[in-house]
Design a protein around this ligand. Structure first.
Ligand SMILES: C[S@@+](CC[C@H](N)C(=O)[O-])C[C@H]1O[C@@H](n2cnc3c(N)ncnc32)[C@H](O)[C@@H]1O
Ligand code: SF4
Ligand code: SF4
Length: 355
């Protein structure tokens, strides 16, 4: 069997499995957007965070949500806290200690700048298992993108403080754009020398503030360059991976990451936004089609079990071009965060770009 035939067989199997999952979803990851506050102000921020924006729900509300999740789903789901900068949530450690006490595993995405030695140790005590830290370029570039002097220095110190605790799964995430793509080789040299578990590259998505900077979005050539870069580097010591998003076609599926594309939104993943709105994944645009209810007035369990219909029907069925596309059975209209809900079409489609 050729490599291509193996991929087709695996993708077909996954397509069948996904049909089953849409009927019987499994809650594997629950995101909590703890705050929109941030000490950085990234030009590309998909959730338009920064400054003194609101915090999430009172800590007691999150605790009762976790009690409910434990009662109805057990403790198998990973609780993933994000923001904004999650460490700015006032009751951060109280909540995470409670999460641990209940028996959940938890992880976090962070810009790393607030992770002093003491904070790293406290994260260990509170039972954090995994963390994604953002580094988007060499020092000058990273600081400029993130609107914070010394963001790179502080972020890298944060990573080192976590490494020193020697107990977390550490992933560094770099959002690649049309400009910093030229720094990938230099960044590889930086991360290859560090004791991290994974370096994950993801393309800048046309969401939030990034929609206002079209010149920084990736061209077709840029996307191909990223895929070729990852393919080449994956042979080396540090595991470089493309993120979970987008159907990449037969040439790159299972080559730049260890799995085949499956948008997890609403079949494995749910998210609670700062105001209690319930969605599938935090990066998904917030509108009446994507928000399924609010935990201040409805039970999360009921929403997960009885709503979420949009996430359990392929997006490709909402657009004629996708419905007629030969790749639709594998791509299914691509990712929920990059769907244009107003015009019912994908904002990102790699067909004709990568394959
Ligand atoms: C919204 S941030 C929240 C956590 C934390 N403040 C941080 O920067 O890591 C989560 C992740 O989304 C990434 N991100 C933000 N805007 C993005 C965009 N337009 N496209 C792709 N990734 C983006 C960030 O760089 C970060 O890795
Ligand atoms: S990407 Fe993260 S660090 Fe940057 S502004 Fe958004 S929430 Fe803050
Ligand atoms: S046309 Fe639609 S279904 Fe086909 S590859 Fe593009 S996003 Fe996916």
């Amino acid at each position: 069997m050729t490599r291509e035939e193996i991929k087709i067989r695996n993708l077909d199997t996954l397509a069948d499995y996904q049909k089953k999952l849409r009927k019987e979803p499994i809650l594997k990851q629950l995101f909590l957007e703890l705050t929109l506050k941030c000490n950085e102000h990234c030009f590309h921020c998909g959730s338009s965070c920064g400054g003194n924006l609101p915090d999430g729900l009172p800590v007691e509300k999150y605790k009762s949500l976790l009690d409910e999740v434990k009662e109805n789903f057990g403790t198998k789901a990973l609780i993933a806290v994000t923001g904004g900068e999650p460490l700015l949530y006032p009751d951060f450690f109280e909540l995470m200690e409670y999460t641990q006490e209940l028996g959940f595993k938890w992880g976090m995405t962070s810009n790393g700048t607030l992770i002093t030695k003491e904070v790293a140790h406290h994260l260990k005590e509170a039972g954090m298992k995994s963390i994604s830290l953002s580094i988007d370029g060499l020092p000058e570039t990273h600081d400029r993108y993130r609107g914070l002097k010394d963001a790179y220095k502080l972020g890298m110190e944060g990573i080192q403080n976590l490494i020193d605790e020697d107990c977390f799964n550490i992933m560094v995430t770099t959002v690649v754009n049309h400009e910093n793509i030229d720094e990938l080789d230099a960044l590889f040299d930086v991360f290859d020398g560090m004791d991290i578990n994974e370096w994950r590259l993801t393309g800048i998505e046309p969401i939030g503030r990034a929609e206002k900077v079209p010149d920084m979005l990736l061209s077709a050539d840029d996307n191909r360059r990223i895929m070729e870069f990852i393919k080449e580097k994956r042979e080396k010591r540090i595991p470089v991976t493309y993120s979970c998003t987008h159907f990449l076609g037969l040439e790159y599926e299972a080559e730049v990451r260890d799995w085949y594309f499956l948008c997890n939104a609403g079949i494995y993943v749910a998210g609670i936004l700062v105001n209690g709105d319930v969605t599938a994944c935090i990066d998904i645009p917030r509108n009446e089609k994507t928000i399924q209810g609010n935990i201040n007035s409805e039970s999360f369990t009921k929403l997960w079990k009885e709503r979420f219909e949009i996430y359990r029907t392929p997006l490709s069925e909402r657009n004629e071009k996708c419905a007629a596309c030969p790749e639709a059975k594998w791509c299914r209209g691509d990712a929920y965060h990059s769907w244009d809900y107003e015009n019912e079409k994908p904002k990102v489609c790699f067909k004709g770009v990568l394959f």
